[in-house]
Write a protein that binds this ligand. Structure first.
Ligand SMILES: Cc1ncc(COP(=O)(O)O)c(C=O)c1O
Length: 256
């Protein structure tokens, strides 16, 4: 079985179409849609990765921010279980404390086969001579004194805001607008009727009703997705969310 750093893949599918050499996936409550991979999708992706000898970078930035249900195991956990340990996995798991403890320290972690971690260590050393040791010590102190007890209040806060956003969308959005119902994370993805443009809506929204969001087309590499938006629910409190969505819904009712 090829290891994560020893894959030897053919260059194409045989029909001239280039094979993917590396996969990147944000499986839980992903940015920007808030949606997650099912267990079947995870297993299919891992099967494809091994068939192609394609390493996967698993970005678990939002995985700990789960508000409902038991959730699915990380890709790296499924892969290590199926392949007899992490050394045989094709997945490199990237975690961050930015979404759960503090964003300003910019400290994260990577889990994967030892040989890859050793190379990453050298690459990072060459690139930035390590993340700040003081920041790492502060973070270590904070998380070793109870990461789980820090997570619970954050989850409760964001769950309340997620619920407030979904309820406000139900109350205020006109027919023809739809949105995701994420079970975690920070984002809800909105589909507008096809004739509307999220970037134009943002310009009007800021000027007329002082409500901001991210137009969705920035997340597409092929120029599509102009009628989509990403809403964030982690920053504003429930009253602000209700006010903002009521205003946005009223503006949209004049356009649909
Ligand atoms: C998908 C995704 N991955 C990773 C990160 C980043 O985190 P960090 O602050 O650790 O660089 C973000 C933050 O916005 C994100 O949305």
């Amino acid at each position: 079985m090829p290891g994560i750093d020893g894959n030897r893949t053919p260059a194409s599918f045989g029909n001239g179409q280039a094979l993917p050499r590396l996969g990147y996936v944000n499986p839980d409550f992903r940015n920007p849609s808030g949606t997650s991979l099912t267990r079947d999708e995870r297993l299919r992706l891992l099967g494809d990765a091994h068939r192609l000898g394609m390493p996967l970078i698993e970005d678990g930035a939002y995985s700990e921010l789960r508000y409902d249900g038991p959730g699915e195991p990380a890709l790296i956990a499924l892969d290590a279980e199926a392949r007899g340990g992490i050394e045989n996995s094709l997945v490199l798991y990237c975690g961050t404390f930015s979404k759960t403890v503090v964003s300003g320290l910019r400290i994260g972690w990577v889990a994967g086969p030892r040989a890859v971690i050793q190379k990453l260590f050298l690459i990072k050393q060459a690139a930035d001579l390590h993340s700040s040791a003081l920041n790492q010590m502060v973070l270590h102190d904070v998380v070793s004194n109870g990461f789980a007890t820090r997570l619970e209040p954050i989850r409760a806060l964001y769950k309340g805001r997620r619920d407030a956003l979904l309820a406000a969308l139900e109350r205020h959005m006109p027919a023809g607008v739809s949105w995701t119902k994420p079970r975690g994370g920070m984002f809800v993805w909105v589909d507008l009727p096809a004739h509307l443009d999220g970037a134009e809506l943002l310009a009007r929204s800021i000027a007329e009703i002082r409500v901001a969001f991210v137009p969705g087309h920035a997340f597409f590499s092929d120029g599509t997705g102009r009628n989509t938006l990403r809403l964030n629910f982690s920053l504003s409190d429930s009253d602000q969310i209700e006010t903002g969505i009521a205003r946005l819904g009223a503006l949209l009712k004049t356009l649909v």
